[in-house]
Design a protein around this ligand. Structure first.
Ligand code: MOS
Length: 698
């Protein structure tokens, strides 16, 4: 422990929440012990568009143990329809199949579920469209793309440059709807105490940010901020699907009010998570590259189509990575959305970059083959001096170092460039590479932290941060220990509770940066006010400061991904025998938890490459394979040799830790590296994810 105690940042400190998790004593949302809980089960629409015309609840209510059924016919009115996803049980309108149209509350989860089955619903169905197509009549140009970025960019004359480029690539890539599927389902336990203006709502909830969820719930329910408390000390994964409030939290709150003091526990079933819990939009992406014969890019065009719900817009930033990745005088990115009768897509680990870089980095591999240039060398030849998008210098851009380190570790220099000719024991072997990037958003997250002196030279650090499995409990303790210049063991952290100083949610790979900056600011304020010999009870609170480098430098994380695959010559079974990711993510605060995040995300990238595909039935509008048996997620047997490493980087511009962000970049580029390796193995280019054996047999 001596290294840990003298210098916490950079040390591989084991998770401080580890023992509680492995012994089962860490309370996840559903597990908080409360007196006489009631259990809720959601009712869902079985048409994709139309109106509920009648609901029969007599049989359900007659069941022993049923407390009540709430539908739009008897639910209390909500205060704000600003977010129509939260405007639940307010009318009979159905926007998508699986939409919440009611809730049954009973003495046990089994009774609630059985009663839900007994509710009869009649609809006035209307024609629906759930298919994303490049020629969809519902395409439009959104005003911005997530999160408030410009929809289209253009520089130079792409069409003219493409017309005269000696080498051209013009290909369309597609990616399917993907579902987050964290281990812990979306769960909330709602408790009302008091009434009227003295009423208090408490949610024990699985989410990515207690402060944000509390604020959203207060707004939709018409409550003061102080009337809603959200408690979320442990969260079993999220990947973006728990970043904002969803219908189930509002329903649980309404049900708890009706339950008159009894806590109401509501957990989505796995199947329900395929309906209203968010998903990654499918995409159709056309990439055009124009280059000199040596592979130097002249023109890059990336035109992306994705989908949104008709009743609420989410515009994925699919082509964002292309804006900063390579130098070229003529460049264009565009985004179009089809508004369909579907649930609202949302952010999912590296929203934009994950599907977008699959397209760009597949196209770059196609360009390498067309030019006869090594694919890694092609990337190095197109490294920009300045950020192509803004013309600003980069805070740090160490993509070339990632590529060179990856080549060395992976043994890339011995690669035979010809595709489809390494057959051994009935398996075709191949290797592929791709780059990744993820933006570093230079904006303060509105996070505050409080440092408090305890007895015996100990300190308590309070911040409503979220640990969604990432290691925030541990990493923020490390940052606090260094900032206070005390041993790691002298700091006790509190997070995951909206009564603590408000904090930004765990999104955009910004959590550690926003929260760590707030913790350091609070520690400095504490030392300035109370010195090094404080009295117990002394305290100081501060917020993460504005970023002084914003607008001065371009800030992005970068990575290089290398994949080795074996494809069975007859069955076309695909095995990923090796994955190596090399990252430039600023200073790594805890190598143990950072590596865990990175290899987890790379595994998710493998899953995206080979397995994950939500299939929607166009006739009925539901996800056909909405369970973990039919929607396969990479398991241990799929993950073989996966390694993540990083180059020594300290970014001085983003935050006082020198860190960038590690949560999302690990998935970016993995699917392209695997697709490129499959091409190298077989000579077959698959442009439609996931890469399944049937596509290699066709
Ligand atoms: Mo992350 S996908 O921004 O929650």
């Amino acid at each position: 422990m001596t290294e840990v105690e003298t210098h916490a940042i950079g040390a591989s400190v084991p998770r401080i929440d580890g023992p509680a998790k492995v012994t089962g004593s860490a309370p996840y949302a559903f597990e908080h012990r409360l007196d006489r809980p009631a259990y809720a089960h959601l009712l869902q629409a079985t048409v994709a568009r139309g109106w509920v015309t009648a609901i029969g609840v007599t049989a359900a209510q007659a069941l022993d143990g049923v407390l009540f059924v709430l539908t739009h016919q008897n639910a209390p009115r909500l205060s704000s329809d600003r977010d129509r996803e939260l405007w639940v049980l307010q009318s009979g309108q159905v926007w998508y199949r699986g939409q919440v149209i009611g809730v049954v509350v009973a003495d046990s989860p089994e009774i609630a579920r059985e009663a839900a089955r007994l509710v009869t619903v009649e609809y006035q169905a209307e024609p629906h469209e759930v298919r994303l197509r490049a020629d969809s009549q519902y395409l439009y140009k959104p005003q911005t793309v997530n999160p408030a970025l410009v929809t289209d960019t253009a520089e130079g004359d792409v069409e003219a440059a493409l017309a005269v480029a000696p080498v051209r690539i013009d290909a369309t890539y597609t990616t399917p709807a993907e579902y987050h599927n964290p281990i812990e389902p979306h769960t909330t336990v709602a408790v009302w105490t008091g009434a009227g203006e003295a009423g208090q709502l408490t949610l024990y909830d699985s989410n990515q940010g207690a402060s944000r969820i509390a604020g959203q719930l207060a707004q939709v329910l018409g409550l003061e901020a102080g009337q809603v408390t959200v408690i979320s000390p442990f969260v079993g994964g999220a990947f973006g699907s728990k970043s904002r409030a969803k219908a189930h939290q509002v329903v649980a709150a309404l049900a708890a009010r009706q339950a008159a003091g009894r806590p109401v526990k509501l957990a989505l079933t796995r199947r329900q998570m395929f309906a209203g819990a968010g998903y990654r939009t499918p995409t159709i992406q056309r990439v055009q590259l124009g280059a000199q014969t040596d592979g130097t890019l002249i023109a890059v065009a990336h035109d992306a189509i994705s989908q949104t719900a008709r009743f609420k817009e989410f515009a994925e930033q699919t082509a964002l990575g292309t804006r900063t990745m390579y130098a070229a005088p003529h460049r264009r990115t565009t985004h179009r959305l089809a508004a369909l009768d579907v649930a609202v897509p949302t952010v999912m680990r590296a929203p934009g970059e994950a599907p977008g870089m699959f397209a760009l980095e597949s196209a770059m591999d196609e360009l390498a083959a067309a030019c006869g240039v090594d694919p890694v060398e092609l990337r190095l030849r197109n490294e920009p001096e300045l950020d192509p998008e803004t013309g600003l210098p980069y805070s740090t851009r160490n993509l070339a170092a990632c590529l060179r380190e990856g080549m060395r570790r992976f043994g890339w220099q011995h690669r035979d460039p010809a595709p489809g000719r390494r057959l051994a024991g009935g398996w075709l072997g191949g290797t592929g590479a791709a780059t990744g990037t993820y933006p570093v958003y230079p904006r303060p997250g509105g996070s505050r932290a409080c440092v408090r002196a305890l007895a015996g030279g100990r300190y308590r650090v309070e911040i409503a941060a979220a640990d969604i499995g990432t290691g925030a409990w541990t990493v923020l303790t490390q940052i606090a220990a260094d900032a206070l210049e005390v041993p790691f063991t002298m700091v006790e952290l509190q997070l995951g509770d909206s009564r603590l100083p408000a904090a930004a949610p765990a999104v955009g790979a910004m959590g550690t940066s926003n929260w760590g900056s707030a913790v350091i600011a609070a520690a400095r304020a504490f030392r300035a006010q109370h010195g090094h010999q404080p009295a117990p009870g002394d305290q100081a609170t501060a917020a993460d400061p504005a970023n002084r480098s914003a607008g001065q430098v371009a800030m992005h994380a970068f990575s290089a991904q290398f994949a080795e695959v074996r494809v069975h010559a007859d069955t076309r079974e695909i095995r990923v025998s090796r994955l190596l990711g090399v990252f430039a993510i600023g200073r790594v605060i805890n190598p143990r938890t950072a590596r865990s995040q990175l290899i987890g995300a790379m595994t998710m990238g493998l899953s995206m490459a080979l397995h994950e595909e939500g299939v929607t039935d166009p006739r009925f509008g539901h996800v056909i394979n909405g369970d973990l048996a039919d929607y396969h997620i990479a398991a241990c047997a799929d993950a073989q040799d996966i390694e993540a490493t990083w180059i020594d980087e300290h970014d001085p511009h983003y935050n006082p830790m020198g860190a960038k962000g590690a949560g999302e970049i690990g998935i970016v580029g993995v699917a392209a590296a695997i697709a490129n390796a499959v091409y190298h193995a077989t000579g077959i280019r698959i442009r439609d994810l996931p890469i399944t054996p049937d596509k290699l047999l066709a």
